[in-house]
Design a protein around this ligand. Structure first.
Ligand code: G6P
Length: 611
């Protein structure tokens, strides 16, 4: 995820900016840059690659004089990692420089309008529109930079934290945020902005947390805050007593927990840019409606949790679009001489975009003449480059090996695709599409609600740290959820765990059930509720302890289940997005209770680039 820093004070800015960016490296990045006002004009140095490259270019900042500047580590979203796409971005006359963390959803619309007004763009980024738009409003009233910022805010949809320099205001750094983090640090030597606390801890522990649509004007002596109408507001600083390690994780004990908590944002970020005028519009999907209608089979190929996303959305695609979907583990697909039809769409799902088996499967599918769509989180990764088209998940970098937020983002991307296909195939009408969108829109708040229950879940999880085996059961889409719940638990807690289709239990697995064995039962699908209830009764009479995850209305389940988690009301197709949240937390707290290395489980890698 991009990181921004800014400094204005007594010391040379560039080394402080580089140091701050180094403290944000944990957020993940592919390029970096700094802009410094050298007393005359704004100088920018930026480069693709590690921060080391920028440090070498500037001799650790020494070659960039000036006591005021902004810096950025970029995690590519719009446009590949490259020198030109790296931030900061200049206005055409180089009098305004901008760094940005977030996604400007309506950047294309703004870009087109600015091009009509004669603005020239050099990068593929969404950020560059901010620099030009600022220039546009600023030129109308050069004595009012705050007004220009406020006007730009009103025009931008999406999320942003911005650091801004105006060459005409050589003693000030401006900043503003909406839905992307921004803090301000006050120190004796000068004042700082940053995406996150670790970047400023070396200089100060007095930090202001900037709220949505608040504007900051920073000079060496003072820090001024304004609301979106440019009226001054008062803010209180907080004393931060976290150590650097905890600060990197935003105060969370592990990256995994932080990422679990980022899911409402991840879901929103993946969903919102694809909703235009109340309809699903997937701009990056370079297919005409006729081409979509031609598709008569979908094949989803992926590994690990991404494979589970495939299993889950098979039910949704088949149910909603009524075209057959096959799901393959990439490692199997590539060696089994698959039979691929002429009108088949192959979808490769991958967080990293580098998983060796998924990449090989992509090449196999292309070699056989199939159209390949990548659902990828890392921009510019191998799968993103080689797929015919890419639909990005906007989860930001994921650090914990066990995926949580990328899995959630993949689900959302696939729901949107299913809705789009169902509409084009004539399976749903406008009203149905609107109803799905309405349900999806509620997911972030509903996930938030589920996250608020973590205390209760932690107590429950602590009872199972000595468990030897845990089983998860469900039918249909609930079976797919069970698979991911089971994988989460085993990969981080090392407890043996398996998922079974409820109806399959009696064909063998039930012999493993004995007194006190924990069985997680997922019942989010109304049509299958009674059937799974029967399976619960079967295992309960053999002594199993039942953890049930089900819909709010199913209160009678308390008669047979020992511990129940209710998920808020949503369309059953989207229930996975809610049901998985408490199950991730359960896995997490069992692993923490056992003292496992949650973020780096033994023998596992985040990105598996070997077969
Ligand atoms: C590894 C990770 C999993 C991930 C899988 C696929 O096994 O530990 O969390 O689901 O790879 O990775 P991808 O990057 O292709 O989604």
């Amino acid at each position: 995820m991009c990181g921004i820093v800014g400094y204005v004070g007594k010391s040379q800015a560039a080394p402080i900016l580089l140091d701050g960016l180094a403290k944000l490296e944990y957020r993940g990045y592919d390029s970096s840059g700094i802009a410094v006002f050298d007393g005359d004009e704004i100088q920018i140095k930026k480069s693709k690659g590690r921060l080391k490259v920028l440090s070498e270019m500037t001799h650790d900042g020494a070659t960039m004089p000036g006591t005021l500047g902004i810096g950025h580590t970029r995690w590519a979203t719009h446009g590949e990692p490259s020198d030109v796409n790296a931030h900061p971005h200049f206005s055409s006359d180089r009098r305004i420089a901008v760094v940005h963390n977030g996604i400007i959803e309506n950047y294309l619309k703004i870009k087109n309008r600015l091009i009509k007004k004669g603005y020239e763009f050099v990068s593929e980024t969404d950020t560059e529109v901010v620099a030009h738009l600022l220039d546009y409003y600023y030129k109308k009233a050069p004595d009012k930079p705050l007004d220009a910022i406020a006007k730009v805010m009103r025009r931008l949809d999406g999320s942003y934290a911005l650091g801004i320099l105006f060459a005409d205001y050589p003693d000030k750094v401006f900043a503003v945020r909406k839905d992307s983090p921004l803090i301000v640090g006050r120190s004796k030597d000068g004042n700082l902005i940053a995406s996150d606390v670790p970047a400023v801890l070396k200089y100060t522990r007095d930090v202001y947390f900037i709220q949505n649509e608040e504007i900051v004007e920073l000079s060496e002596e003072e820090i001024l805050f304004y609301n979106s109408d440019c009226e001054p507001i008062e803010k209180e600083s907080k004393y931060i007593d976290w150590d650097e390690n905890a600060a990197e994780k935003g105060g969370y004990e592990h990256f995994m927990l932080k990422e679990i908590y980022e899911q409402p944002k991840t879901v929103r970020d993946t969903f919102m840019p694809r909703i235009k005028d109340g309809r699903v519009e997937i701009e990056e999907l370079d297919m005409t409606d006729d081409q979509i209608r031609e598709i008569d089979r979908i094949r989803i190929v992926a590994c690990g949790s991404a494979y589970h996303v495939g299993v889950s959305v098979k039910y949704i695609f088949e149910g909603m679009v009524r075209i057959p979907v096959e799901v393959d583990a990439a490692s199997e697909f590539r060696y089994r001489n698959p039979i691929l039809g002429e009108h088949e769409l192959v979808i490769i799902i991958s967080q990293s975009g580098e998983t060796a088996d998924s990449l090989a499967a992509l090449r196999e599918a292309k070699a056989r003449g199939c159209r390949v769509l990548g659902i990828v989180n890392v921009v510019g990764s191998s799968i993103a480059r080689e797929a015919d088209q890419v639909m990005y998940t906007w989860a930001g970098p994921e650090i914990a090996v066990a995926t949580t937020k990328a899995y959630s983002a993949q689900l959302i991307a696939m729901y949107l695709l299913a809705i789009k296909f169902a509409y084009v195939h004539g399976r749903i009408d406008d009203a149905q599409m609107a109803s799905y969108i309405n349900d999806l829109q509620k997911l972030p708040d509903q996930i938030e609600l589920l996250l608020n229950n973590k205390g209760r879940l932690q107590k429950f999880a602590n009872r199972y740290i000595a468990a030897k085996d845990v089983f998860f059961i469900g039918r249909g889409l609930d079976y797919a959820i069970s698979m991911e719940a089971s994988l989460k638990l085993k990969e981080i807690s090392y407890i043996h765990s398996d998922a079974y289709a409820g109806g399959e239990l009696k064909h063998g697995t039930i012999s493993l059930i004995e007194e006190g064995k924990l069985v997680g039962a997922i019942l989010t699908q109304p049509d299958l509720y009674k059937k799974t209830m029967s399976n619960i009764v079967e295992v309960r009479t053999r002594g199993a302890f039942i953890l049930a995850v089900t819909n709010e209305e199913n209160v009678e389940i308390e008669k047979v289940a020992d511990y129940v988690i209710y998920i808020p009301q949503t369309n059953p197709w989207f229930a996975n997005s809610l049901a998985i949240i408490p199950l991730q937390l359960f896995a997490y707290y069992v692993a923490v209770g056992k003292g496992c290395d949650v973020d780096k489980p033994r023998n596992l890698a985040k990105s598996v680039t070997v077969e």
